[in-house]
Every structure is written in structure tokens, then in C-alpha cells.
Design a protein around this ligand. Structure first.
Ligand SMILES: [Zn+2]
Length: 313
């Protein structure tokens, strides 16, 4: 067992490379385009952890931890960003090593995405497009459960994923992608710079959902700018930071569990997220595992999933 003082030393020694902040003038708003779209959240796990588990800070403040998928009701069809837990999530967990199960927590708090879609009156067969911030197991586990969805993944991310063949290699479960192998497509960031990002890819060409590169956590990690009906833009930033605390400080993840492919690039991405959230009132940064940030958007089911664990009073 590590003594607290040793742990604090370890945390500060491994806090990660410097987080460089871009010039605020770089993150100014781009020309508004397109109409907003309706968005809701399918929260598949919600528990409370300690802040120290999420960031390199010695703090036991609560971290409202979540795993979720984002539903975007676009005129062209139903879109899901990060189809998270598949129907076989319990089997996926059981196949992993003990340490993995310990870090991820029990299966009973995890609810397959399609079950929640049923509660929300959404048909998994109606999903026409799936997007992913990255291909770690907790972001693409349900690809096999939405059989009619074309799956669009940033080219460097899919190329990297194709080099991984072992179960849970680098956080990837290859069978998740194999279940959608006939439906996998890649895209390049060929569009213009915007909002501080060097390039972009406008998914429908109407400004409603724009993918931007955010390499670091994985080689092709991607963030999505989604134009909301109220004029704001939600920025789904994946696992660059798991928490809003990480963006606001800014601070890297806990070094013992962070699994970032490139820590320097992750630092640059964190710096950009920090400046964006500070300078742009119209941009809502939403880290993938911050339940409180996700809950700023409406839930698709109108209530928390069964078995939800709430914070102690
Ligand atoms: Zn994740």
C-alpha cells in the first residue's frame, strides 16, 4: 500500500508534460453556419468516484463519473456519437484481466445502450450513422447493436486500430470493430481550421456536426462540435480529459491509469480545451466521462437509468 505522502510525490512527479495554452485569439468563433440539431444523452453508467482517480491531483472531492452515448436527431437520420456499451458488456468485462475489472467497476452498474434506446422509444435499426471520439472499448462497444449504421471514424484512428489484434490491446477490443467491419468508413480532416483546431470535417456539410482532430489520448482521437438548437455549440471532447476539472485546471489525468498514447499531444489538446472553455461562452466542453457535464444536455429517457448510483448526501 502506498503511503499518502509517497503517492502525492508520485502524482506530482508524473503530472505529465507541460500543458501549453494557445493564444486566445485562435479560438474565436467561426462564422455561424447551419441550423441547430436536437441532442440527448443515453447515460449507461453513472457512479461517483474520487477526483484523484480522474486527474493528477490529490483530492477526494467527488468525480461524477459517467459513460454515455450522444444521440443527434439530424434531418438526414439518427446519429450516435460513441455507441458505448454493447449488449455483451458483462462478457466483455469478464474476459479482461482482474486489474481491468477493478478499474472499470462491476457490470451491474453498466447498462447496454440499446436497452436505454428502448426506454427512450428509439429504434436501434433507425440509427443511420455512428461516430466515435476514439475506438477504446467503452466508446464503440455497441457498434454491433446498430446494424444499419454506417460507421465513420477518423482515418488515423482506424489505421491504428487495425494494427491491434489482441483483446484489450491498448484499450481496444477488436471484436467491437469486427462486428461492424462491412460498415466501417474513414474520413480525413480536409476542411478549414476552426475554433482553434487546425482542420475539420463537416459530417453532413451543413455545420450541424463538425469533426475536429484531437490526437493524443489515441493517435486519431476526434472531437465533435455539435450545433445545438439554442445557438450554443457542444464540444464532445472524448477522453482528452475524463473530467471537467481536468479542463478547468488544466491538469492531466491520474498517471497510474491514464493510458494516453502521446502525452505531449494530450497536453496541447488540454490547453486548447481549457482556453476554449474559458474564452467561449457559446461552447460547452463535454468530457466523455464527466456525468455532470453530460447532464447539462437532456437525457433521452427523461430519467436516470435503473440502478443509478447517486452521490452520498
Ligand atoms: Zn473512455
Amino acid at each position: 500500500m502506498l503511503r499518502p505522502a509517497v503517492f502525492v510525490l508520485l502524482l506530482s512527479a508524473c503530472a505529465g508534460p507541460p500543458i501549453r495554452l494557445p493564444d486566445p485569439s485562435l479560438v474565436k468563433a467561426s462564422k455561424p453556419t447551419g441550423r441547430g440539431v436536437e441532442v440527448c444523452v443515453l447515460m449507461q453508467e453513472r457512479t461517483v468516484r474520487s477526483r484523484v482517480e480522474g486527474v493528477a491531483e490529490w483530492s477526494f472531492e467527488p468525480w461524477h463519473y459517467g459513460i454515455a452515448s450522444i444521440v443527434v436527431k439530424h434531418p438526414a437520420g439518427l446519429v450516435i456519437i460513441d455507441p458505448a456499451f454493447g449488449k455483451n458488456v458483462a462478457t466483455d468485462l469478464a474476459k479482461g484481466p482482474k486489474l481491468f475489472a477493478l478499474a472499470m467497476g462491476p457490470a451491474r452498474t453498466k447498462h447496454p445502450m440499446v436497452e436505454l434506446m428502448g426506454e427512450a422509444g428509439l429504434d436501434p435499426n433507425d440509427v443511420t450513422l455512428a461516430l466515435a471520439t476514439h475506438v477504446h472499448w467503452d466508446h464503440v462497444g455497441a457498434l454491433g447493436d446498430i446494424p444499419n449504421a454506417r460507421v465513420l471514424i477518423a482515418k488515423p484512428e482506424l489505421e491504428w486500430a487495425r494494427t491491434l489484434t489482441r483483446f484489450l490491446d491498448e484499450g481496444v477490443m477488436p471484436h467491437h470493430l469486427a462486428r461492424a467491419k462491412e460498415r466501417l468508413w474513414t474520413f480525413d480532416f480536409k476542411g478549414p481550421a476552426r475554433d482553434g483546431f487546425p482542420s475539420s470535417f463537416d459530417v453532413f456539410g451543413d455545420g450541424a456536426i463538425v469533426a475536429v482532430p484531437m490526437p493524443g489520448h489515441t493517435p486519431g482521437s476526434t472531437a465533435f462540435l455539435v450545433k445545438l438548437g439554442d445557438g450554443r455549440t457542444a464540444l464532445f471532447s472524448g477522453d482528452t480529459s475524463w473530467t471537467m476539472r481536468g479542463v478547468e485546471a488544466p491538469v492531466h489525468k491520474n498517471p497510474l491509469v491514464r493510458l494516453d498514447a502521446d502525452e505531449e499531444k494530450t497536453g496541447d489538446a488540454l490547453g486548447l480545451l481549457h482556453v476554449l472553455s474559458r474564452e467561449r461562452r457559446d461552447v460547452l466542453v463535454i468530457p466523455a466521462h464527466d456525468a455532470a457535464a453530460l447532464e447539462q444536455l437532456p437525457s433521452c429517457v427523461g430519467k436516470p437509468p435503473p440502478g443509478t448510483v447517486s452521490a452520498a448526501p
